[in-house]
Design a protein. Structure first.
Length: 262
């Protein structure tokens, strides 16, 4: 039987945000980040790679940690390959990126052009801007899903917990008042946490071109987030203004801030 209590690690102050949930590689609490008047709260929001990878022991750890809502950022086509099973928590399917086949062809062509940019941080930043602009309503829906989730911990995940989860996490931490350099450092951790998966990809690469492509997409330079926020501020005046343009209300922003800051 899965445990349903909240562990002591949530109620005490801790500097260890990494969580060992068997089956996943890239799980960490968004608590413990500095803000102007304290730090973000442990146990409120957790970022992860796909929770469908969890073993029974991993699910037990998730539930014991106080998670009551899963926000699944994957698209429908990904869920077809990995159908949901009966879960001990509520699951909200909020695709971060969903488009028609024709739209994905157009996006794919643009991403191929970006792949020719030598600077990985610059190419990744441009790709993220493309995603945030094209899928603006989806971004707003994801922020609202976290802000409006019922009482209890929330875990957000996609597949690797690196790009879609990384973007949503960065936006939420910004709303909570976490300094950009700390947000960027959290984003950068995914490259290390996912190394076992990425090493397997690189080993299996059949051509040098494929290996080089994988080496690029597995990187998470901290500069991506600092440059991305600069670009959103240039375009909208602030990150919050971008989120408002994405359909996030001031009340939603307040709820998201309160969830992360207690």
């Amino acid at each position: 039987m899965l445990a349903t209590h909240k562990p002591d690690s949530i109620t005490r102050m801790s500097t260890d945000r990494d969580l060992a949930w068997d089956g996943c590689l890239n799980v960490r609490d968004l608590g413990g980040h500095p803000t102007e008047d304290g730090e973000t709260t442990f146990g409120a929001v957790v970022r992860a790679d796909s929770v469908r990878q969890l073993s029974p022991e991993g699910w037990e750890a998730l539930v014991a940690y106080g998670i009551r809502t899963v926000v699944d950022l994957r698209g429908d086509h990904e869920r077809e390959d990995d159908p949901p099973t009966e879960l001990p928590v509520a699951v909200l399917h909020v695709p971060f990126m969903e488009a028609s086949e024709a739209e994905w062809e157009e996006i794919g062509e643009e991403l191929e052009r970006l792949g020719e940019i030598p600077d990985v941080a610059e190419a990744t930043r441009r790709a993220y801007v493309l995603f945030l602009e094209r899928f603006k309503p989806n971004v707003g829906a994801a922020v609202r899903a976290v802000a409006e989730a019922p009482e209890g911990g929330v875990v957000i995940h996609c597949v690797g917990g690196k790009d879609r989860t990384g973007l949503l996490t960065a936006l939420l931490l910004h709303v909570a008042g976490v300094p950009t350099e700390d947000i960027a450092a959290d984003y950068a951790l995914s490259e290390t946490r996912l190394r076992p998966r990425h090493d397997a990809w690189l080993t299996a690469a059949e051509t040098e071109a494929e290996r080089k492509r994988l080496e690029r997409i597995t990187q998470t330079p901290a500069q991506v987030i600092t440059d991305l926020f600069d670009e959103l501020e240039r375009r909208y005046g602030s990150v919050e203004a971008y989120l408002r343009a994405a359909g996030v209300s001031d009340e939603d922003l307040s709820r998201a801030r309160s969830r992360l800051r207690g």
